[in-house]
Design a protein around this ligand. Structure first.
Ligand SMILES: Nc1ncnc2c1ncn2[C@@H]1O[C@H](COP(=O)(O)OP(=O)(O)O)[C@@H](O)[C@H]1O
Ligand SMILES: [Mg+2]
Length: 358
C-alpha cells in the first residue's frame, strides 16, 4: 500500500465523486488549535460550549461539561478552595459545527479524514456514535485510538517509507445519522478495478437473511460496483463498504485503502493479494473457480459467534459512569467511600502517634 492510496481514501476525496450514492455529509476544516486539543492527553475536560439541551442535568440550563464539574465540586467538596477546571473553547468552530449538525437534521455520525471513533462508543452516554453537539464529538474523539491514529500516523503501514509524507488537511466529517442494520453491511475488495471479494461486515454474528439471499445480495453489489464505482475512483485497488437497505437499495458507506490498515474481515490479506482466485465461502465441494464473479463470504450458523472486535477497548461500566457523571449516586458513593477510607487512615495514624508517645 502506497501513501498515495491512503491520500485517495480521504473522505473529502471520494465524497464529491460518489455524493449521489452515499449518506449526506458536511466537511469542516479542523483548526490547528482543535487538533492540538484533541491530541492533548492532559485536558480531561470536554470542551464545546454548545448549549446542548438534550441531556438531563440537575443544575442550570447550561450544560457545559466545564460548568457541571465546577458545580459538583462546590456541592461535594468540604474544601473552601475550589479548583477551576477549564477546557479550551473554540467559539467560531463550535458555531460552524452546530450549524452543520442542524443542517443534517440534528443528529450526526462524526469522523475524521479516514476513521470514525468506533473504539470509543462505550464512553458515550448512549453507547453510540450518534452526536448532537460538538462536546459529544470531542468526547468520542478524545477517547479514540483510531482518531489518534488518523492524526498522528496515517501512513504508518505504507510501503513507500522513504518518500515524504503527503501534506494532510485535517477535516471533521459530519454525516447525517442513519440507523444502519449491521446485517445489511458488506465490505467489497477491488483489485485492478475488478471486484474480487465481498464479506459480511459484522462477521461476529450469523444473519439468516444473508444465507437465504446470497445470490440476490451478491448480484446487487456487483451491479452497484459496475454501474457507479468501477473506474470512477482514482485508484485501481481499493476497498469499499456498502449498505443494502430493506428495499434492496445499495448505498456507499466508506472507501478504504487496499492493504493491512483495512480489516480483511472473512478474508485474509494474504489471499486477497496473492492473485489466485478466492473460492466462495470455502465450502466443501464448491467449485468457485467455475463461477465468474467475486467470492462472497458470510458467517454461517455453524460458526460460533465471536465477541465484538472493539471489546478490548472497553473499561468497566462503573468507571464510565464515574467519568461521565451519568450515575450521580455512584459518584456520591465513590466520594463517600474515599472519605471514609481517608478518615480510617487518619484515625490509624492518630492511634499510632498516641501509642508512640506513651
Ligand atoms: N451516517 C451514519 N449513521 C449511523 N451509523 C453510521 C453512519 N455511517 C457509518 N455508520 C456505522 O459506523 C460504521 C463505521 O463507519 P465508517 O465510516 O466505515 O468508519 P471507519 O472507516 O472508521 O470504520 C459503519 O459500518 C456503520 O455501521
Ligand atoms: Mg472505513
Amino acid at each position: 500500500m502506497k501513501k498515495e492510496q491512503v491520500v485517495n481514501c480521504q473522505f473529502s476525496v471520494w465524497y464529491p465523486i460518489f455524493k449521489k450514492h452515499t449518506i449526506k455529509s458536511l466537511i469542516l476544516p479542523l483548526p490547528q488549535n482543535v487538533i492540538d486539543y484533541l491530541l492533548d492527553d492532559g485536558t480531561l475536560v470536554v470542551s464545546g460550549s454548545d448549549h446542548n439541551t438534550q441531556r438531563t442535568h440537575t443544575n442550570s440550563s447550561d450544560s457545559d461539561a466545564e460548568e457541571d464539574i465546577q458545580v459538583q465540586e462546590e456541592e461535594w467538596s468540604d474544601d473552601e478552595t475550589t479548583t477551576t477546571v477549564t477546557a479550551p473553547e473554540f467559539p467560531e468552530f463550535t458555531c460552524k459545527v452546530l450549524e452543520a449538525i442542524n443542517a443534517l437534521g440534528g443528529r450526526v455520525f462524526p469522523k475524521l479524514n479516514w476513521s470514525a471513533p468506533r473504539d470509543a462508543n462505550w464512553i458515550a452516554l448512549n453507547s453510540s456514535l450518534q452526536c448532537q453537539s460538538l462536546s459529544d464529538v470531542f468526547l468520542l474523539f478524545k477517547s479514540s485510538d483510531f482518531i489518534t491514529h488518523d492524526l498522528t500516523q496515517p501512513f504508518l503501514q505504507c510501503s513507500d517509507h522513504d518518500s515524504p509524507d503527503p501534506a494532510i488537511s485535517y477535516e471533521l466529517v459530519l454525516r447525517k445519522w442513519s440507523e444502519l442494520i449491521p446485517g445489511g453491511e458488506f465490505r467489497c475488495f477491488v483489485k485492478e478495478n475488478k471486484l474480487i471479494g465481498i464479506s459480511q461486515r459484522d462477521y461476529t454474528q450469523y444473519y439468516q437473511h444473508i444465507s437465504k439471499q446470497e445470490p440476490q445480495i451478491s448480484q446487487a453489489l456487483q451491479e452497484f460496483f459496475s454501474q457507479h464505482i468501477q473506474y470512477h475512483f482514482p485508484d485501481e485497488d481499493f476497498v469499499f463498504d456498502v449498505y443494502r437497505d430493506s428495499r434492496g437499495r445499495v448505498w456507499l458507506i466508506d472507501l478504504n485503502p487496499f492493504g493491512e490498515v483495512t480489516d480483511s474481515l472473512l478474508f485474509s490479506w494474504e489471499e486477497l493479494t496473492s492473485g489466485t482466485s478466492l473460492s466462495a465461502n470455502q465450502e466443501e465441494g464448491e467449485t468457485a473457480q467455475q463461477q465468474e464473479g467475486p467470492a462472497f463470504r458470510y458467517t454461517t450458523s455453524e460458526v460460533t459467534v465471536q465477541p465484538s472486535p472493539c471489546l478490548s477497548y472497553r473499561i468497566p461500566r462503573d468507571f464510565v459512569d464515574l467519568s461521565t457523571g451519568e450515575d450521580a449516586y455512584k459518584l456520591i458513593d465513590f466520594l463517600k467511600l474515599k472519605k471514609s477510607q481517608q478518615e480510617e487512615s487518619e484515625e490509624e495514624e492518630e492511634e499510632e502517634e498516641a501509642a508512640a508517645q506513651q
